[in-house]
Design a protein around this ligand. Sequence first.
Ligand SMILES: [Zn+2]
Length: 241
Amino acid sequence: MVELTPPHDVLDQVIAPHLPADPVLRSMMEQSYRILADHPINKSRRERGLKPANCCWFWGAGTKPALPSFYEKTGKKGMMISAVDLLKGIAVGSGMGVAMVEGANGGLHTNYAGKTEAALTALLEDHYDFAYIHVEAPDEMGHQGSLERKITAIEYLDERVITPLVERMDQSGQQYRLLIMPDHPTPIRLRTHTAEPVPFLFYDSNVILAERREYNEYDATESGNFIAQGHQIIDILLMRP
Ligand SMILES: [Zn+2]
């Protein structure tokens, strides 16, 4: 195993101390820098005032973990909908389905509608019990340090994923549960991940709450609903009667 640094942990820093010690990886990075310097795509990007993609950066290497089967653990058939290989890998490792959505790219202009459709198809047509829609854009805009684009990402998530999903699930007449949450904060000011608690929204179509709350950090703190171990929330979603 080689030690590798996630690039978003060393933004705005000199990279030399964070390059891999492994000589093969290092040489591949150096070669990529030379090859990409005059690549036509990068020439065209520079002409258009865009930043060039000028080097490979290796990180996140690991071995396949021994994950329990999602179906055996929960009794539910699950589908993963994500552009990110880490999430797809977790799904493959636990025997979940992996949806292929064209134009899902982890960026601000990902195919939100395509992800929503993939979840609805899985749940309403293909007999899946659980669909996991992962959207990277709000995190990515946090890494970019752009308040404006982060707000846009959250607005897209609201308009193009959550609203149509809820409308169509309501129309279907099926009972359902919905959990909306980030996996961690990525504050604009820090441009990397932090470990503070995150707000979650848990909806059950069978339950009508008397109390009205908004989905944000302040209301979540006020509610007093706190789950200390994040990984237990999935059990509440899937198992609690
Ligand atoms: Zn991130």
